[in-house]
Design a protein around this ligand. Structure first.
Ligand SMILES: Cc1cc2nc3c(=O)[nH]c(=O)nc-3n(C[C@H](O)[C@H](O)[C@H](O)COP(=O)(O)OP(=O)(O)OC[C@H]3O[C@@H](n4cnc5c(N)ncnc54)[C@H](O)[C@@H]3O)c2cc1C
Ligand code: FES
Length: 344
């Protein structure tokens, strides 16, 4: 029998179709092999980690689904990052019939479950941040009765991805979908006032934000200033956040012992200065879950049951989770003599 996923958790997905969305963005419709289709079921807003070989280097990057799970082919959308290796390689070379290695869907930028009332969904997308938001919008319209408002910012008209599908959706769901486009070329960058006025009188809503870091910061600050509770904000960051000033790889206290539990395995390791808990787990041969390795996705989360650790970056866990002892192991450096961490 064919092994469904390779040893390192990747499966070969065939590119069924390449859709040129704009001059700098491409969508890939992917065919999942029959024997691992159950591993590739996903929730709207999740992402795949793809592994490609460019000039002899094995590189991994996360790409969100732009499709919705209901009755749609699985599709990712990749926008060129100026100077970026993988996004340009995919835009320049991806062709129908090629294989792309991907690990199963991950991510917590998903629709709140068990929302009985048709609570509005208010989304803010900037540039390539439209990808997971498109998936969420499609799913909310297909599966729920929730009103949806989308604020979509781009530098210029030519950069708008999904212009036609969005226009079609707006026609089909005129009673509950509103899309507002913002173009920096007309109005300058998005301001806090524009954000507040778009979200005005939304009432009890869920908010989803994805785009370049300064855009996300403006939207987040403006919504919080307008009184939106923090737990109603969902953020997906594509880019590596700056390590906050004062956070260095030096730990407060020399760590002597790290105990890691994963899948009924328990290992004990000595700590090496500057090594994250994820790196230590790998050193000991554990197949610890991880994806972005930038503190954005939450795939590597585990709970500290003894001792403490400090995260260099945390763009995935909320305050309650951190208080309960959850950490992003890809970003965690031990800060106590002994640390015991459990992947649950
Ligand atoms: C959860 C998640 C979901 C994502 N979903 C999507 C998606 O749906 N669509 C999408 O398009 N992207 C998405 N991304 C972003 C994507 O994973 C990549 O980060 C993006 O495509 C850039 O990769 P790259 O290899 O092209 O760029 P990289 O080669 O990684 O470069 C990134 C940037 O850093 C700069 N850079 C590189 N090396 C240096 C250096 N030595 N000095 C200074 N600058 C340097 C480059 O110029 C470039 O601007 C997602 C990311 C995450 C974490
Ligand atoms: S692997 Fe994504 S946050 Fe750690």
């Amino acid at each position: 029998m064919v092994e469904e996923l390779s040893v390192d958790g990747f499966a070969p997905l065939r590119i069924k179709r390449v859709v040129r969305e704009t001059s700098d963005a491409v969508s890939l419709v992917l065919d999942v092999p029959e024997d691992c289709s159950h591993r590739f079921r996903y929730k709207a807003g999740q992402f795949l980690t793809v592994r490609v070989s460019v000039d002899g280097r094995d590189l991994r990057r996360c790409y969100s689904m732009s499709s919705a799970p209901v009755a749609e082919e699985l599709r990712i959308t990749v926008k060129r990052d100026p100077g970026g290796v993988v996004s340009n390689w995919i835009n320049d070379t991806a062709a129908e019939g090629d294989e792309l290695h991907a690990s199963p869907p991950e991510g917590r930028f998903t629709l709140a479950e068990g929302v009985s009332s048709p609570r509005p969904l208010i989304a803010f997308a900037g540039g390539s941040g439209i990808t997971p938001i498109m998936s969420l919008v499609r799913a909310a319209l297909a599966d729920t009765a929730r009103p949806v408002r989308l604020f979509y910012a781009n530098r210029a008209r030519g950069s708008v991805i999904f212009s036609e599908p969005l226009a079609r959706l707006t026609e089909q769901h005129a009673d509950r979908l509103t899309v507002a486009h913002h173009f920096d070329e007309d109005a300058g960058v998005v301001t806090a006032t524009a954000v507040a006025s778009f979200a005005e009188s939304a009432g009890d809503a869920d908010y989803y934000i994805c785009g370049p870091a300064p855009f996300m910061d403006t939207v987040e600050a403006s919504l919080l200033d307008s009184g939106v509770p923090k737990q109603r904000l969902n953020l997906e960051r594509f880019t590596i956040a700056e390590v906050p000033p004062g956070v260095t790889d030096n730990t407060d206290e020399a760590c002597e012992e790290i105990v890691i539990e994963l899948d009924r395995q328990k290992v004990t390791a000595a700590h090496r200065q500057g090594e994250t808990l994820l790196q230590t787990a790998r050193q000991k041969g554990l197949k610890a879950p991880a994806s972005c390795e930038t503190g954005s996705c939450g795939t590597c989360m585990a709970r500290i049951v003894e001792g403490s650790a400090r995260m260099r970056i945390n763009d995935a866990l909320d305050e309650d989770e951190v208080e309960e002892g959850w950490v992003l192991t890809c970003q965690s450096l031990p800060t106590s003599r002994k640390v015991h961490v459990v992947y649950e």
